[in-house]
Design a protein around this ligand. Sequence first.
Ligand code: MIC
Ligand code: SF4
Length: 750
Amino acid sequence: MIFDIEIIKEIYKEFSGQVDIAKKVLGRPLTYTEKILYSHFGFPVEKEYKRGVEFAEFRPDRVAMQDATAQMALLQFMSANIDKAAVPSTVHCDHLILAEAGATSDLLRAIDINSEVYEFLESVSRKYGIGFWKPGAGIIHQVILENYAFPGGMMIGTDSHTPNAGGLGMIAIGVGGADAVDVMAGMNWELKFPKIIGVKLSGKLNGWTSAKDVILKLAGILTVNGGTNSIIEYFGDGAETISCTGKGTICNMGAEIGATTSIFPFDKKMYEYLLATERKEIAESANKLGNYLKPDEGSEKYYDRVIEINLSELEPHINGPFTPDLAVPVSKFKEFIKEKKYPSELKVALIGSCTNSSYEDMERSASIAKQAKEKGLKAKSEFIITPGSEQIRATIERDGLLDIFTDIGGLVLANACGPCIGQWKRHNTSDGEKNSIITSYNRNFAKRNDGNASTHSFVASPEIVTAFALAGTLLFNPLTDEIINENGRSIKLDVPEGNELPGKGFLKGESGYISPAEDGKEMKVIIKEDSSRLQKLEPFAAPDIEKDYKNLRLLIKIKGKCTTDHISMAGPWLKYRGHLDNISNNMFISAINYFNDKMNTVKNSLTGIYDEVPKAARDYKSNGLGWIVVGEDNYGEGSSREHAAMEPRHLGGKAIIVKSFARIHETNLKKQGILPLTFQNPEDYDKIREDDIFDMDLKDFSPGSVILMTLKHTDGSTDKINLIHSLNQQQIKWFFAGSALNLISGKKRK
Ligand code: MIC
Ligand code: SF4
């Protein structure tokens, strides 16, 4: 069965006509990105949009949600009073499974512990016409690539790695739940028309180098915010040599450079992948569209910037620790570790996840593991494997790859996020202990994998990670160095090998899909009474700009990196993702206070006593005082979780003032009715003192207006600083309504 094939046929029928219109209006060759964006406009295309400046409205073809973000998205959808999702949508249960002892027992425990959340998600999905993928079925992005993504399509997903579907030629963008609600409610979806960065690939990957190294290298070039408000479009002869799933890996990790999404044009590799995943009809229709699913000749000069990467010369890279853009070529890695005095013993090596668990990844990694087995070597580090989907797991089990991994000491986890998102009960370190791990995942922020801020997490391709597992040390270069085996002999590993697709085809494995009810009107959504995990949402109150923005307190001035993991930690807190009040107790607990360099220790300006951040916020709120947060660059980098915006809103936050924002988080703040503001002069960050009280002047709040903020210092002096915002007319309406959702549901409260 091909999901939603009738809808896809309709989209393809219209596609060429839409592209022709856009081409005529723009009067020039189009990049592939432009073809998809303009053909998904929410209204007729009448002009060329100014990239990075003007907002445009789109009509995405579908919505994807994962369990940790779907809870809040669907609680909001329920308050929007709509009968049924307007576009095909799915929910995937992948984030809530704790990794401890291995796939079977971990999954059973998760189903037990999370039963009320799964019941809620299943019932709400059935009622509103949403497809539901059970726990164990796989990680959202793999399941989407295997079943739903199609060339030329556009989707949004409540997860920042939604761009994974760019590997199959789709514009797929990560968003907060409130955006998903817009699209499921049948409304147009708004996005600042992105810039387009072209990445020209030439040559061919060889030896130890894999698709992952393209994005590891690019992360080093562009850094964590170099892709902000941009779509990265890959092109050139080299692009056609990379497997479809390899392209998925590259697009997936584009999230780590802040890109709105990443995309490859349709080619033979995608065609083959569609065939292998039993979607011949889509493959043939896409083929017929030919050049419509590629950039036009001569469009190269319309990229805002072009970066060239020669795949033939590309070295494997290892990125980290603590940030995904610290890229080190494997030949320099040993020196890097020594120089920085990072812990060289490798405690754990982990492969798989939504980023890197294709058949090709698994076969190439298994080819290394197989050599080890044959040459009397076992993994010296703990070695953990996470298949991305049930289809991959069943296929690699049939083909003997899982056995090879377990033979060298590997532990196979459930088809879920697990250690990638801190759902990991680690046994071989204690909290605070300095140690190193390496993964084939995408993110490596402090505390992310195991909650320990002293864990140094590095990111590399699965084949490189597997080789390191055998070496047990980071002072190793798999391309040149030897490892001593159990009999004291020196072993040199041969280069990894693997097929892109399974020779015997994919095995589906256990079906994890539940289709929605034909007519869900009478169906009930199950929310357990007195639940500590699910809480119906109360609409946020509309602001009173005369009162609410005076006498504001400083909750925290954050020093350095502040990702969404710092604002609303995952791991143990994932269990409260459907309960706004309970999850708010994790607000900013990992962010560093500028004034004392400590986590979760801020001065409560009412008592003068240092307190935990959420407690101080609750104290201000109960005293009727609003507060602000101050931060630095790329604030809110990382996840799409809107909890990072809803928690401050819930606990009385009025504005977040920083040097710059990451895209998804800035939109989430706007949607939830909190002002995302930037310093007109970034040095004004230094003027903010711990005991300051702030007044904000919002009288003339309008698109492009500058907001004046007065800083009243305790010595009686004042400073006045200018703040900038990027809200357009519509977004200002959200603000005055209390939230975007209040506008949709008409529940405007005073
Ligand atoms: C992540 O990789 O950080 C997550 C967990 O998948 C998040 C979503 C979430 O926080 O639930 C993301 O990438 O958006
Ligand atoms: Fe899950 Fe990790 Fe992928 Fe996020 S990046 S969807 S946590 S596997």
